[in-house]
Write a protein that binds this ligand. Sequence first.
Ligand code: FES
Ligand SMILES: [Fe+2]
Length: 461
Amino acid sequence: MSLSDNMKPGEARCPGHPTTKELIGNDRGGAPKPLLEDSYEFLGDDDIPYERYTSEKFAKAEDERLWSRVWQWACREEHIPEPGDYYVYDIGDRSVLIVRTEDSEIKAYYNSCLHRGTQLKPANSSGFCNELKCPFHGWTWSLKGKLESLPCDWDFPHVKKEEFSLPEVKHAVWGGFIFINFDSDAKPLDEYLGVLPNHFKNWKLEDRYIETHVVKKLPANWKVSSEAFLEAYHVLETHSEGVYTAGDANADYDIFGDHISRFIHTIGYTSPHITENRPSEQEILDMLLGKRTDEGSGRVLPEGSTAREIYAEHVQGAMKEKYKQDFSNLTVTETIDSIEYFTFPNAFFFPGLQLSMVYRFRPNGVDGALFDLLFLRPKPIDGPCPPPPEPFHLEVDDSYTKCPGTEFLGAVYDQDTNNLLSQTKGFKSGFKKGQSLGNYQEARTRHFHQTVDKYLEENNG
Ligand code: FES
Ligand SMILES: [Fe+2]
């Protein structure tokens, strides 16, 4: 009889090991309250059909009913700090021109001229301008979207300037991110984000700056690409070098409403899959500090401390040195763990100090995705903040390790990318037509699909 025989589906947890919430709650100093909040329910166990990833028809339905109605972050506020700064955000065939006006207001416009449709600014561009002038015939709008002039206006008596202001796209700001939504009736961003603003009250992403920004082409549908980051179940096989220093099977998963889900995956706890010769706390510390166990790390674990606690102290010290601020108020889990909040449909926010990434996945054809990978770091307390870097572009076959600043995790991301192409091929070559997900560890993937369905099924009107 297996351990789960007397349990309802979804109730079983990795046997014989503390849950992540138990682990982080027992760290010296405990864990912030939001991280201890438990929110999981069984969501079903039917297969997820592969055609959701491979069908043109499905992608078209997503384009029409999902991407047209969800909140999605387009850029950071620091991409357009000064009046006249603009940034173009593209999602599928849609394009938004985001502008800072003379009054420092943010405006978001459909990136299409009201004369004959030409894009006012090229896709994926950013820069500075005093006015928005179409490159085809020169119709010109103010930064506030008012039509100012058009050549040969005698030929356009039917064009009333007051009726030709640039149509706006709904936008809102959270955590330093400028979000847009093509649905003018969309509910407010704050409401859409559910628990996120409250959970991030003490993790102000607006107080961070972009240290690294990579845009990588991925060889898989945007949902497959996102799903590679929704669970730690693959760590054992895909990132096996990490199993001595990272809890995987006992990671915690939570789902908060339609749009938010989370995992917390501990660093400094050996995977439950390692059943023999589990390393001692001293050995874990040695490994975390990057030294081979038999050489020692030079740091002796004090009596009564855990490797996690001492490693967190070490990380806080290194970060203090680098970013000239004191981080000793942070708990162990906030300092070292992989804490990841997914925001439907395509954003991931990591509030941690060391693991402080942001991801975004956009469709790039049915079998492709664009992956924005950012590292956000604490803004300097005194002195100027570094401007956002130009994104470093990587093709499908390029290694992340080519990008300065991602050496630390680049090899790990490469391992994830390798799975994506193989999965996409397998979707098409398999006899079985859908994926069978774990009830707990892969619940976020199921939840992701259930929310996709809500958008596809709801009337557009
Ligand atoms: S298309 Fe824009 S001015 Fe003609
Ligand atoms: Fe991974």
